[in-house]
Structures are given as C-alpha cells and as structure tokens.
Design a protein around this ligand. Sequence first.
Ligand code: ADP
Ligand code: MG
Length: 337
Amino acid sequence: ESLINRIAAGEIIHRPASALKELLENSLDAGATTIRVTVKDGGLKLLQIQDNGCGIRQSDLPILAERFTTSKLSTFSDLSKLTTYGFRGEALASISHVAHLSVVTKTRTSTCAYKALYADGKLVPAQRGQSEEPKPCAGNDGTTITIENLFFNTPTRLSALRNASEEYARILDVLTKYAIHNPKVSFTCKKAGSSSPDLGTPSASTVRHAIKMLYGPSIEKELVQVMVKEDTKHEESWSSEVYFTNANYQAKKMVFLLFINSRLVESSRIKRAVENVYTGILPKGTAPFVYLSLRVDPRSVDVNVHPTKKEVHFLNEEEITTQICDALQAKIAERSH
Ligand code: ADP
Ligand code: MG
C-alpha cells in the first residue's frame, strides 16, 4: 500500500518546484503577506516555506496530511476551491509519502505554536517512544512547512533529479511568477546558510513594478497593459488582464506567465495563440514577454483535470482566447503607429 501511495504522490509532486507551488498556494490561500523560502540542494535536502498567514488550528493538525477524506473535505475545503481544481486536498498528503514533513503553526488566537511531524499521511512522533501529538512550541503567527529529504524513499525519482542547480532555478522560476501575480505579498528565497536572498520582493508593490524588478528594467519601459472582458451587458463570466512587451531583450523564447483564477497553469493552446500574434512582427533575436491573468467562473474550469495533467481546460476556451489575442493584436498595431 505504501508503494502505491508513493507512486501516486510522485504524480502530484514531480520535483521540488512542484512541491513549492502547492505550498505557495496554501500560504496565499491562508492570506499571507510575507513568504520566506529556504532551500538546500535545490530543495531535495530542504525546502522550507514560512508564512504569516492565518495558521492551522491545533485540532486540525491530526488530519492535515490525510488523503482527501470526508473529514478533510469538510474541514479544509471550501466549495470554490473544489469546483476550481477537482482533485484537491492531496498536496500535503502526497508530500508526506515521499519526504519528511514537519509543520510549525500558530493561529492568531492561540497562545503558542504547535509542531507536528508527518509520515505516510499520519502524525508521527519526533522520537521513537514519544507521543505523536503535536507539541506546543514558540513561534510567530503563521505557518512554517519544512520538507526534508524529498524522494528519500523513491530512489529512481531522486536519481532523475541529480542537478541541484537546475532544481533551484525551477524553484526561483515558480517563485518569480507567483511574485508577479501577487505583488502585495513580499517574497524571499535563499539558500540555507546564505545571508543574502537570491530573490526578494517588497510588499505592497504593483504587477508592473514586480515585472521590472524580476525581469529587468528594459522590459518595464516597453510594458503595455490591456484589460479584456466578456463583451456583454450582463454579468460578465470572464475577464483578463494582460501585460506584454513587444520585445523581451533577455530571452530568445517568449516568456509566458499564465494564471487562471490565480493558479499558475499551462495551456499549450493559449500559448500558441499568443505566440501567433507576434509572428512576423518582432525583430530577429527578440521575443515577447507576456503575463496573462484570466478569471473565469470556477465552475467552468475542467474539474476532471488531474494534477498529473498540467494542461488546464475551461468552457469557451477558444472564443475567450481569440478575443484576448485580438485585443492584444489591436494594441500592438495601435502602438506601432
Ligand atoms: P488543499 O490546499 O487542496 O486543501 P493541502 O494538502 O494543500 O490541500 O492542504 C490541506 C489544508 O491544510 C488546506 O486546505 C489548509 O486548510 C491547510 N493549510 C495548508 N497549508 C497551510 C498554510 N500555510 N496556512 C494555513 N493553512 C494551511
Ligand atoms: Mg493546497
């Protein structure tokens, strides 16, 4: 059974960056305004994320890392999350099957923090013979999740991820994208033992400023914003915000950030459509930077998308994509005159 769990977990948590994405979304869901990430060996030895969000109640800790059970469903999941992302409630459970997971958390109303350790979905004691009950400890409001020795029990997975610097680059990439989408939140990322962060953003910033900070000032000069909405007098069912530059001087390939309902997702169809807008209009050796944030009715997102399938689908995808690309094209034409 544990082998099956590990295999299932490996389909959700592919690498340190996919664990980080899940943890970031949890911290943002918890209303964090500060998120600090610490990494060792590309996240394989250590991946720690500290937030100042709402914290987890002591009474919820025993089922925190359970697979999607009825109790977990009713305790943790609100319906909007469920309708948006189908298979939810599996991140911490999955991580606990393929790593050493510990949680230190404190809610605003609790007088102290609690520390809990998990393995294979369940609370475990810190030392043999001790109780697995979460222990009171000192701590600030918020939650610190620590993942150690990721894939220690799945050696084939581990050996496929030998390049720590590549894993670290992917971690920074995920963080950079979330930092742009959440400019009011302060993010930092550093290697364990290092005093200076490799990534740091201020709180209360703007999307524009965050893009400039993280992708370079040359992009900011060129950056154009467009808002595209459903064209209707009735209540709109979708809206989008796009920031783009004609030429990204730093990359040969398009930099494309896609968020749907605040989740970083991939859609090769949308990406291709956006790329087509630029075909033939850019000087050789340059590529665009595009950040696209789309809001659709959560009920229209494909609830059957399993986390293993990174591609997201939603209702009226083609029509919405066409309208966004048309608006983009019009804006580009307008600027070149
Ligand atoms: P899901 O996010 O899909 O519910 P997870 O396994 O990622 O499943 O997390 C389970 C639950 O644990 C969350 O719903 C949330 O209530 C709680 N949780 C996880 N991380 C945090 C955090 N950083 N701050 C507050 N609550 C958290
Ligand atoms: Mg989650």
